[in-house]
Design a protein around this ligand. Structure first.
Ligand code: ZN
Ligand code: ZN
Length: 334
């Protein structure tokens, strides 16, 4: 099979990924072999490729938004058959026994494994996934439209949960890429008023097209105070800006896996009145299943930009340069 591998992390402009010939992987006894149909391009892939995240597996194949078909099953797998439609996401494995797993927060498991970082992912013709961490997918949504739901969508949904937004609440989304435009659709369908704050004008237009109440620059004040906000832009400088836009009791959830330093905070204007600053770490399988169900019910759709699998490096470069709105998706055309 053909697969992209990361030689040595570095700026994507210097092409740290190589498109190579590899044997088709053998699934472990509890794993599925997956024929990749489409794989979304997530900002985390860029962080892996450029070395913002430390190397956890040398020569790793990135990619953790896989829509595919089961092509084989390990000896211990039940409930899956060759030909089944399957989704592969970021969280690949947890121990299931630690204190965090035991209390339903497997996203915090310290020995967890991740697709496309600690194990080979979906920038390839085939990949593997532990059957217990594979997702069933709705039948009536095309591969390319589904792929970004598997990380961007699920993480956006967890971030929305982390804001504890009251019913009918006012939500601010700072940054409006792949994750935010999916999160916005869920929030709107659930009755929230959504304000989008991003410097990118194409993204502002997309936000208004989706039904958001306003769109302005990232450092602008929203037209009303917010009950909840999600910071999707990896910009720590925005943290105090967003906190000042929160109403009493408002919650800011930082969605990124990577954030530049947060400047010092002014307690009275930025935290007092029980404002809260929270992070978002990966997701549980429950978040994933819940989101995929809601996405099907609400008709959540990703705005996508397909690239052939052979153009993965260009897709990452375009993501970095902000050359598209919505989400890039690699299509296995081999
Ligand atoms: Zn655990
Ligand atoms: Zn991701």
């Amino acid at each position: 099979m053909r697969a992209w591998v990361l030689d040595r992390p570095g700026p994507v402009e210097r092409e740290p990924l190589r498109f190579v010939e590899r044997p088709v992987p053998e699934p472990a006894p509890d794993e599925l072999l997956v024929h990749v149909r489409a794989c979304g391009v997530c900002r985390t892939d860029l962080h892996v490729t450029e070395g913002d995240l430390p190397v956890r597996r040398s020569g790793v194949t990135p990619g953790h938004e896989v829509v595919g078909e089961v092509a084989g099953t390990g000896a211990a797998v039940s409930g899956w058959a060759v030909g089944d439609r399957v989704g592969v996401a970021w969280l690949r494995r947890t121990d299931g026994t630690c204190r965090y797993c035991a209390r339903g927060t497997e996203n915090l498991c310290p020995v967890s494994e991740y697709t496309g970082w600690t194990a080979d992912g979906g920038y390839a013709e085939y990949t593997t996934v532990p059957a217990a961490f594979a997702y069933r997918l709705p039948a009536n949504v095309p591969d390319v439209a589904l792929a970004p739901l598997l990380c961007a969508g699920i993480i956006g949904y967890r971030a929305l949960l982390r804001t504890s937004l009251p019913s009918g609440g006012r939500l601010g989304l700072y940054g409006f890429g792949g994750s935010a435009h999916l999160c916005a659709q869920v929030a709107l369908a659930q009755g929230a008023t959504v304000h989008v704050l991003t410097r990118d004008e194409a993204s502002q237009r997309l936000a208004l097209d989706l039904g958001c109440a306003s769109a302005a620059g990232a450092y602008d004040a929203p037209p009303e105070l917010l009950d909840g906000a999600i910071l999707f832009a990896p910009v720590g400088d925005l943290v105090p800006v967003v906190l000042r836009a929160l109403d009493r009791g408002g919650v800011l959830a930082v969605a990124g896996i990577h954030l530049s330093d947060v400047p010092s905070l002014h307690y009275e204007s930025e935290l007092f009145y029980e404002k809260e600053l929270r992070s978002v770490t990966s997701n549980t399988r429950r978040d994933g299943r819940e989101f995929l169900e809601l996405a099907a019910r609400y008709g959540v759709r990703a705005t996508t930009h397909p690239y052939p699998l052979s153009q993965a490096q260009r897709a990452l470069g375009d993501l970095k340069a902000g050359r598209f709105d919505g989400a890039a998706v690699l299509v296995n055309d081999l």
